[in-house]
Design a protein. Structure first.
Lengths: 113, 112
């Protein structure tokens, strides 16, 4: 079992819908991450929160909106997505010290109709 | 910028045979290197890391990796592969406290 929990596991949405992805960790980690992964490709970093503040935004389109309500929770709000946004969205957490590994959830598989 | 390369898209081995997944790195300064594995329909799982010290690093599930500074390599190894080791493997190098640069990935298939 992974220590980072992501819900839902699967999501199908139309291009006009609004939905949210949720991520939760209880390891006391202070850094949390959102990645996008296409099939058979490495994950691409989208956002990083450190101590509940957005510290990195990798030039992600505004139709993706992250939120970190507290140190254990991370959300990704989705609106007006495009078909090319269909992918596996992975959440990860870490202590925030670069020598420590990131711990990944099992992801949300998102399909845009 | 830090980077890693995985020269093989695919590695095929028979069960019981040694498994090697190759990774080379390019960094300025000391490299902090990681291996992750991704099983179908799962997230990435941490296998092992090299920060400093012994060049042979032992990790989860019987995997180990050898750091070679002169060849700028960090190859992942397992003495006797299992069918259950079939997965996608990623090498990664630390860019800063938060960013990892991943290799393109190597698909390992272990046949029974």
């Amino acid at each position: 079992d992974t220590e980072v929990t992501q819900t839902p596991k699967h999501l199908v949405m139309g291009m006009t819908n609004k939905k949210s992805l949720k991520c939760e960790q209880h390891m006391g980690h202070r850094a949390m991450y959102w990645y996008k992964q296409k099939a058979k490709k490495p994950p691409e970093l989208m956002f990083v929160y450190s101590y509940e503040k957005l510290s990195i935004n990798e030039s992600v389109p505004s139709r993706f909106s992250p939120e970190c309500p507290n140190s254990s929770l991370l959300n990704l709000h989705l609106h007006a997505l495009q078909p090319e946004d269909s992918a596996l969205y992975l959440c990860a957490s870490s202590t925030g010290q670069g020598v420590q590994p990131q711990h990944f959830g099992d992801g949300t598989r998102l399909s845009i109709l | 910028a830090q980077s890693v390369a995985q020269p093989e898209d695919q590695v095929n081995v028979a069960e019981g045979n040694p498994l090697t997944v190759k990774c080379t790195y390019s960094v300025s300064g000391n490299p902090y290197l990681f291996w992750y594995v991704q099983y179908p329909n799962r997230g990435l799982q941490f296998l092992l890391k090299y920060i400093t010290g012994d060049n042979l690093v032992k990790g989860s599930y019987g995997f180990e990796a050898e750091f070679n500074k002169s060849q700028t390599s960090f190859h992942l190894k397992k003495p006797s592969a299992l069918v259950s080791d079939s997965a996608l493997y990623f090498c990664a190098v630390r860019d800063n406290d938060y960013k990892l640069s991943f290799g393109a990935g190597t698909t390992v298939t272990v046949r029974a």
